[in-house]
Write a protein that binds this ligand. Structure first.
Ligand SMILES: *Cc1c(COP(=O)(O)O)cnc(C)c1O
Length: 427
């Protein structure tokens, strides 16, 4: 569930100790000027270092949100500080009218470290998915000779907030009020191979033909739901048999967050297309769509982005990639993830009526609240914030843990202590 919906359903948020600093008053300095598309927690953050951030009143928080799975290297990481400083003094933006060497370097790194052959750069996850949807449609028209291509996506998926990507998103709450939606999408339950095969048969009987299947390797917003290996392997087989494309939305789970560089590596498959954004620039806006050469059907003029792949964003993203390698962060993600899940499971055992399950990969984990408890993820998040720990819901019943990939063992223990205490009080 989005924070805005959470806040609407959780009046208690307003009762958090409100920021009363003279320096920043939301009612005076913010709300009159900014569109109210977000429900915001009543703290104003102004500084960060490592896995910690500070608000305008100097209060410290342990940041297990990381800009929603985005600040890969935490805050003010020396590698980012150096690259940002250096690149802004050298060249920050030109245009794709010209060659941009940093764009080539980043594409080379991504291609050499993944199953893809080529990259296209944009600025966000939604845009990366738009690019993937356009590429799949062009592939359908030019290679598969499909006139009415359909892309199958999953229930509870999340693919972004543009019109095509809210349509791709299999959650009606994101689509409500924005019809007419974009044609050419069909939904099937996630991790359910029989339902998917039925959907394919149903579409085959109609005049709509499937061009691609678009799935998250692990559903993030939909509740931190890891993909099932057998399900994805069968889908890969089906795509190969039918010559259709498998697209993985790696916007949240990619870039090392799962303990492997790409979420799909946990499933033993290779997608034809995959998309990146959140963690790629470590918090500097950049998105990417990558594909294997057989489906690279874009010609000059087919797709573009003014800012996409500019020297600044690409240099920073490359330094994030190189830092993941140099600092051996995948090992840290695996070890800290094990530690976090073990600690959360111990808390779950103490509170069997409140906590149903702990699930996730690497450093993307969800603590799933029991259906029977009136407690919501928003309640847990609010009490954690009050204790100096930032967390984010992934739906009404799942508390999400997505700290920076540099998080230390001590910081995991500190977060576990806060959560343990919160459940002792709440549950
Ligand atoms: C966040 C997210 C997006 C959208 O990314 P934006 O940068 O907000 O457009 C798309 N897909 C997934 C899986 C995401 O988690």
């Amino acid at each position: 569930m989005s924070p805005e919906t959470l806040l609407q359903t959780s009046p208690a948020v307003a009762e958090l100790p409100l920021n009363s600093s003279d320096a920043f008053d939301p009612a005076v300095d913010f709300d009159p000027y900014v569109m109210a598309t977000y429900g915001r927690y009543p703290i104003a953050l102004e500084r960060g270092k490592g896995c910690r951030v500070w608000d305008t009143q100097g209060r410290e928080y342990l940041d297990f949100v990381a800009g929603i799975a985005t600040c890969t290297l935490g805050h003010a990481h020396p590698a980012m500080v150096e690259t940002v400083t250096q690149q802004i003094q050298t060249l920050h933006h030109v245009s794709n009218l010209y060659y941009v060497p940093a764009q080539g370097e980043l594409a080379k790194w991504l291609v050499e470290h993944s199953s893809a052959d080529r990259a296209f750069f944009c600025n966000s996850g939604a845009e990366a998915n738009e690019g993937a949807i356009k590429l799949a449609r062009k592939y359908a028209h030019t290679v598969l000779n499909i006139e009415n291509p359909v892309i199958i996506t999953a229930h509870a998926s999340f693919h972004g907030r543009t019109l095509a990507t809210i349509t791709a998103t299999g959650q009606p709450k994101y689509q409500k009020g924005f019809s007419p939606l974009v044609p050419g999408f069909f939904y099937a339950p996630y991790n359910d191979i029989d339902a998917l095969e039925r959907a394919l048969e149903e579409l085959d009987r109609g005049d709509r033909q499937v061009a691609a299947i678009l799935l998250e390797a692990l559903q993030g917003e939909g509740g931190v739901r890891p993909g099932n290996r057998a399900y994805f392997q069968r889908i890969r087989q089906i795509c190969d048999e039918k010559g259709i494309l498998l697209i993985c939305d790696e916007v949240q789970v990619g870039m090392g967050r799962s303990g492997k560089l790409w979420g799909y590596e946990n499933l033993g498959i290779e997608p034809d297309i995959f998309t990146l954004a959140k963690g790629l620039g470590g918090g500097i806006p950049i998105g990417a769509m990558l594909c294997k050469s057989h489906c690279d059907v874009f010609q000059p003029g087919d797709h573009a982005s003014t800012f996409g792949g500019n020297p600044f964003a690409c240099a920073v993203a490359l330094s994030v990639c190189q830092t993941i390698e140099r600092e051996n962060l995948l090992t840290n993600v695996q070890e800290r993830g094990e530690q976090l899940r073990a600690g959360l499971r111990a808390i779950a055992e103490k509170h069997p009526d409140t906590v149903a399950e702990v699930r996730g990969w690497g450093l993307i984990n969800g603590l799933v609240l029991a259906e029977e408890t009136p407690l919501t993820s928003a309640d847990v998040v609010k009490s954690a914030i009050a204790e100096g720990l930032l967390l984010v819901p992934a739906g009404p019943k799942v508390v999400r843990f997505v700290p920076p990939l540099i998080v230390s063992a001590e910081e995991i223990n500190q977060a576990l202590e806060v959560i343990g205490k919160a459940f002792s009080l709440l549950g």
